[in-house]
Design a protein around this ligand. Sequence first.
Ligand SMILES: CC(=O)SCCNC(=O)CCNC(=O)[C@H](O)C(C)(C)COP(=O)(O)OP(=O)(O)OC[C@H]1O[C@@H](n2cnc3c(N)ncnc32)[C@H](O)[C@@H]1OP(=O)(O)O
Ligand SMILES: CC(C)C(=O)C(=O)O
Length: 665
Amino acid sequence: MPMLLDPSTKYLPYPEVPFPPGYIRRWPNRRTTAAPRWLSTDLRDGNQALVNPMSNATKLELFRELLKIGFKEIEVAYPSASDQEFQFVRMIIENGEVPDDVSLQVITPARSDLIAKSIESLSGCRHAIIHLYNAVSPVFREVVFRNTKEQTIDLTLNAVRLVKKLTEEETARSGTRFTLNYCLETFSQTEPEFTVELGNRVLAEWGKATPEDKMIFNLAATVECAPSNHYADMVEYFSTHINQRDSVVLSIHPHNDRGTAVGASELGLLAGGDRIEGCLLGNGERTGNVDLITLALNMYSQGISPGLDFSALSDTVALVCRCNEMEIPVRYPYAGQLVFSAFAGTHQDAIKKGLDAQAKRWSEVDRSGKGTKYWAMPYIPLDPKDLGYGYENLIRVSSQSGKAGTAYVIKQKLALDLPRRMQVSFYKVIQDESERIGKEMTGALITSAFKQTYSLDSQPTGRLFLHSYRLFPLSPTSREPSSPMSDYSDDIQNLVPSDQSPSVIRFEGELTIDGIQRTIHGDGQGPVLAILDALRSDLAFALEIGESAAQTVHDDSPAHTKSVTFVELYERGMSPSKSGVGSFWGVGISSDVTTAKCRAVISAANVLVGDRTFPRPKRIFSPRPKVTAVDSDGWLHEVKLRAGGVAPRSEQEIYGSFRVETPPL
Ligand SMILES: CC(=O)SCCNC(=O)CCNC(=O)[C@H](O)C(C)(C)COP(=O)(O)OP(=O)(O)OC[C@H]1O[C@@H](n2cnc3c(N)ncnc32)[C@H](O)[C@@H]1OP(=O)(O)O
Ligand SMILES: CC(C)C(=O)C(=O)O
């Protein structure tokens, strides 16, 4: 059996940090209030862990990106590892690639030949950090170096002495100013008292750390072997015991073996860390270094400026992945493809409501000039727009989604605000389709299903298609309206000369019904009731109006607006349930408000029609419109209409202009 029943026979738990009895830890009561100093080690710790370490051209590309993001301290190489590494440092210095306010860091083991080469690589750099390391934990002392504690201290101090001598000589030669960064490799697995003893000996050997010119201690969790609170304890112990605390910078260098490098870093910073070493997207040995993007954005989402700019995060991610020849998971914090997407219905509903409420709140701030545009959004901890993403992927629809998600996509793609009952109705269409195809309903699939369902394509897709129509005012006594007056009465004012205000109008529409052209007509108070009357009297299709709603949408510019009508219909005698079962919705869109209404009725009728058969035409109706104007694009016709089919009485029967638009969208 590979896994042990009692793993304590094989693995030891982490030891306690020797705080005195009753000691009250400081880090649990602190809050992060400012960004730390950042050190990117993408070009060193990241690079050394790659399957194919970067070429110098690739390193240069990544170096420039790091500068663009705003790093001021960058570990650029392990110059003693190869001539290529050495040449990279020379190249960026000699070619003026290093801005004056940026410090280059290079790493060296505590070996004299390699120290010399590393310092030589930095000649001429304005400010350099020499990063000297040796592992100090018991297992390394015993197994790798076969050293006692004293021998470890000697090895370290010899190296520090050499670094001091060679850097001073180099400063005299080229003016390069050096800082020592001494790394206790495997710090987190070392006896805390020994880390402090070694640290104080190094500090004394260096002998020139001041509050103005501090030396750095790198407290590495080379392998993450314990929970984050243990690392925080280790850092706090070192921070509270090292001499000259005001003359040293504590740098933390967490790895991610337990998957908690970000948490360890955050606690390590509370415990006394001033500076953090890591890589973009957490590249690095084994499970990687701590991810600096996550850390920085965690701070940002707490209202703390990280001093690093990830405004074009997807570009940064693409570049880093290309340089490292690695992908990241789609659920990777902040940077993964799916992290700003909700598929689950209740999440989508909350986000949609959150966005609407926030838009209202923020516009109030804009209007009044008072208040703050705080981000308060269910499920989404940070505004994706801050990272250069849009909101288009916030809601993605699958069989796990609900009405709100579908309605959100329609709003995003077609700018249509579906009435609530219509959302429920259309959602059923999408859910059925999603289950049928067993895949995500993309924005394109949803909009296409919407257009198909509501017959919004310019070509006939449903059984009924309205080509054109005419409306005529009738004398109030000539015909009884088929239903009570609805809220469409205002159309009458738009449609008839102001000196006569008949309450009843006639609708004559040219439809294609199952591919055959047919004219239907009906009378009613307003176009909607008139068209319903036409459907009832000529097609035996008796429908009632449920709810309705209207909005306008802008085409390309605010000047080009279109009217949208949503109408709910149900078959006469079948009242729909509260939740909308038994009713059917339609949508009509047109630059003309009346046309939008007529189309909405035909659209809903199309949803309702099923496979019913229609009676044959009772009579042929052939009005003769007189075309007086055709728009330059040939789409809008301005027509003067005679009341065809209604016995002409006088010249008064020539009515005003009615716009009939051929394509529906
Ligand atoms: C935790 C970290 O990430 S530390 C950084 C690690 N990065 C790298 O190793 C990448 C670059 N490294 C290299 O190119 C090579 O390892 C070199 C050029 C540095 C050294 O190469 P080599 O001389 O062939 O030695 P090798 O790679 O086998 O290293 C092992 C030797 O270094 C010693 N060593 C390891 N770390 C250190 C150190 N920090 N200080 C001094 N000696 C060290 C080992 O004890 C061993 O010595 P031994 O041969 O006397 O037993
Ligand atoms: C040498 C140090 C800085 C290191 O890379 C590590 O401990 O992981």
